[in-house]
Design a protein around this ligand. Sequence first.
Ligand code: TYC
Length: 104
Amino acid sequence: MAGTNARPDQELLEKTRHKVEEPPMFRVFLLNDDYTTMEFVIEVLQNVFHKATMDATQIMLHVHRNGRGLAGIYVRDIAETKVETVKTMARERGFPLQCAMEKA
Ligand code: TYC
């Protein structure tokens, strides 16, 4: 029965294509505090968010001066894991560094 379908293949493909949606994205922020060292924040931005040293330094200084700063934008699962990783690393080192996520 191949080729007897009333709907042409191209039409099927186009209808399918419209159904593809991007996943919701989440912004992950670092928050400023008075006790976490600048070196540790840079280390977090390099190791967890894969920032180059200069970018990590700029983001850390932005957080220090403005209260919070964007570390990255990810799908929900990845964002949640980054937030947990930062909190665990900070706790292990005795720093109060806070990390939060919000829908982009
Ligand atoms: N404010 C901290 C200090 O002066 C540095 C700091 C920067 C802490 C960014 C947290 O997310 C942060 N040592």
